[in-house]
Design a protein around this ligand. Structure first.
Ligand SMILES: [Zn+2]
Length: 51
């Protein structure tokens, strides 16, 4: 399973772990956009694909 989040700025985070996804997207949002996203926010943004 692959989890992908595409940020509105065009940055893409792709990983196979929810925890890893949350960590990476959270770090991106904080450092680049000064945004504080919750785990639920991030998982709601994620697209899931098998493989
Ligand atoms: Zn971004």
């Amino acid at each position: 399973m692959t989890l992908t989040v595409k940020c509105f700025c065009g940055a893409v985070v792709q990983t196979d772990s929810e925890d890893n996804l949350v960590e990476q997207v959270s770090a991106h949002a904080t450092s680049v956009h000064d945004m504080d996203l919750s785990r639920d926010d991030i998982l709601a943004m994620a697209n899931t694909s098998e493989g």
